[in-house]
Ligand binder design. Structure first.
Ligand code: AMP
Length: 178
């Protein structure tokens, strides 16, 4: 079974978003996949990890020492890795995952998504990169990217490297290559 890294928000506690993260955590757990996350227990990140464990799943959290308090380190994780830097965190999250799913989030989520997506597009890894967007949260960003593509700034190959979907089971199927 694979390990899937989920990028998501560390801010909002709006149920629409935390429920989405919880649904994804549950689906990954019940399909036998390990959840790799940023190792925080706040907002969507917390909902994801807690619900994966409640459904019998395994969670791996990777958090920089300096964010342990701010992001409430997920001490309940089956494995919690504390890194010295953000770069080490991202590297380890990427290395330990077989696929990636991005949910709604802020600039941290966007940064992680763009780095993983561009690395995949440039051939630095061949792992699936999925954007799960049931609420049209990313519609403005995707329209802008399509516009950039028509103007030649973003290739169609790059756009196609990101798999966009709106359902939790589809996201898991895409990210696990099923
Ligand atoms: P946000 O989407 O801004 O709520 O952040 C979600 C997660 O991304 C949090 O765990 C942040 O610590 C993390 N994050 C913030 N900045 C970065 C970055 N430069 N690289 C990777 N992760 C980040």
């Amino acid at each position: 079974m694979s390990a899937i890294c989920v990028y998501c928000a560390s801010g909002p506690v709006d149920e629409q978003f935390t429920d989405l993260a919880a649904d994804l955590g549950r689906e990954l757990a019940t399909t036998g996949h390990t959840v790799v996350s940023g190792g925080g227990n706040v907002s969507m990140m917390g909902a994801l990890a807690e619900s994966a464990r409640a459904a019998g799943g395994r969670t791996l959290g990777i958090i920089p020492r300096g964010l342990m308090e701010r992001e409430v380190a997920d001490l309940g994780a089956d494995e919690l890795v504390v890194t010295e830097t953000m770069r080490q965190r991202k590297q380890m999250m990427d290395d330990r995952a077989d696929g990636f799913i991005a949910l709604p989030g802020g600039i941290g989520t966007l940064e992680e998504l763009f780095e993983t997506w561009t690395a995949g597009y440039l051939g630095m890894h061949d792992k699936p990169v999925v954007l799960l967007d049931p609420f049209e949260f990313y519609t403005p960003l995707l329209s802008w990217l399509r516009d950039l593509s028509t103007r030649g700034f973003v290739s169609t190959t790059a756009l196609e490297r990101l798999q966009v979907c709106d359902s939790v089971p589809t996201a898991v199927a895409l990210a696990t290559g099923r």
